[in-house]
Design a protein around this ligand. Structure first.
Ligand SMILES: Nc1ncnc2c1ncn2[C@@H]1O[C@H](COP(=O)(O)OP(=O)(O)OP(=O)(O)O)[C@@H](O)[C@H]1O
Length: 341
């Protein structure tokens, strides 16, 4: 663990069942032994240790029931861990003063849920401004801030519409604007786009990346969708039965899966969209000709050029040195490997 993590989970457990409170007085070793021996308990989170860096887009994936929502609920203080520590910017949520937790949830963190959770009797402007109303900010100020965000999320002209007059995508934009109005440092999104149709989903992902580029939030994002994950993630955590089995970049998950579960889980990822040229290139070749491609480029982004060339294309590093070559066959293999699995 470093001191840099904005969110740090240390040996986090969340166990459901009768009498789990009895674990509280035990040493960590005794508690773990007791959990292992208990028949009727459900381990929603088992010994999770991870950290999310400031400014990172951290995606959590895993099958249904693997513990994703529980982990995020613990991170947001909505659920109390059974054992372990959870630090948000150096503050331990275990035993935190309830008033401080409320303060943190009002100012430092915010959440967007799949079901939008808009207030039906409030119009767009008032829905977005609602968290500021809770904070007691005067009406004129909160409307000014809400109107600015209405523009940011592309809802200009709809300030006085009610949720039922909006499409699903528009409603989710209201949810996103509302979650941003308190200027949170950490933004938690639990499958925020999964109820949207593919085109709107694609548009919303673009919107999220645009907002991230301008606002530089730390984002924790749950999704079931690999296309979505590889588009937005810096790193992806793969969960299985309450455990985090691997945390890595999309490229590393494909190249070096930690176990068979991760390998099976990532088999359908389109490799050309995650593998960089540096991972598949051949040594520099005298036959290579033409302007070089970057070793850091995604194979998919240079595929058309390589496929159109009779000869291999030289590969250059960040300093412009030729470090390899890329030929058609390698590109074709990368594009098609995994695709039929
Ligand atoms: N309040 C609760 N009481 C008892 N068990 C719970 C509770 N909340 C969650 N669980 C259990 O904890 C496990 C993890 O649930 P969680 O909702 O975190 O999974 P998930 O990965 O988010 O699933 P999904 O993708 O379906 O949303 C599941 O087996 C679930 O049934």
């Amino acid at each position: 663990m470093t001191e840099n993590g904005l969110i740090r989970c240390q040996n986090l457990w969340k166990v459901y069942g009768a009498d789990v409170g009895a674990l509280r007085g035990l040493t960590p070793d005794a508690a773990r032994a007791r959990i292992a021996a208990s028949e009727g308990w459900l381990t929603a989170l088992g010994d999770v240790t991870l950290e999310v860096a400031r400014g990172e887009v951290f995606v959590i994936m895993g099958l249904s029931g693997s513990g994703k929502s529980t982990l995020v609920r613990c991170m947001t203080g909505l659920a109390a861990p059974t054992l372990g520590d959870l630090m948000i910017d150096g503050v331990n949520l275990r035993g935190i003063d309830p008033a401080l937790l409320i303060e943190m949830r009002r100012h430092k963190i915010s959440m967007v849920f799949q079901d939008f959770a808009l207030l039906p009797h409030l119009n767009v402007r008032d829905n977005i401004a609602f968290p500021l109303r809770v904070q007691g900010i005067p009406r004129a100020r909160r409307e000014e801030l809400a109107d600015r965000l209405i523009q940011t999320v592309g809802l200009g002209g709809r300030a006085t519409h009610f949720p039922k007059e909006l499409s699903g995508g528009q409603q989710q934009r209201v949810g996103i604007a509302r979650s941003l109005i308190t200027e949170p440092e950490i933004w938690f999104l639990d499958e925020p786009f999964s109820a949207l149709d593919p085109l709107i989903r694609d548009e919303m992902q673009g919107e999220l990346l645009r907002l991230q580029a301008s606002l530089q939030k730390t984002i924790v994002f749950i999704t079931h969708d690999f296309d979505e994950a590889i588009r937005i993630a810096d790193r992806i955590a793969i969960m299985h039965n309450g455990r985090v089995v691997q945390i890595d970049t999309p490229e590393r998950l494909v190249l070096a899966p930690a176990d068979d579960y991760v390998a099976a889980f990532t088999r359908k990822i389109p490799r050309a969209r995650v593998l960089r040229v540096a991972s598949v290139q051949a040594p520099a070749s005298e036959r290579a000709a033409g302007a070089p491609v970057s070793a850091a480029a995604l194979v998919g982004d240079v595929a058309a050029r390589v496929l159109a060339s009779e000869t291999p294309i030289p590969v250059a590093d960040g300093a412009g040195r030729i470090v390899g070559s890329l030929d058609r066959r390698t590109v074709i293999e990368t594009v098609f490997s995994g695709a039929s699995a």
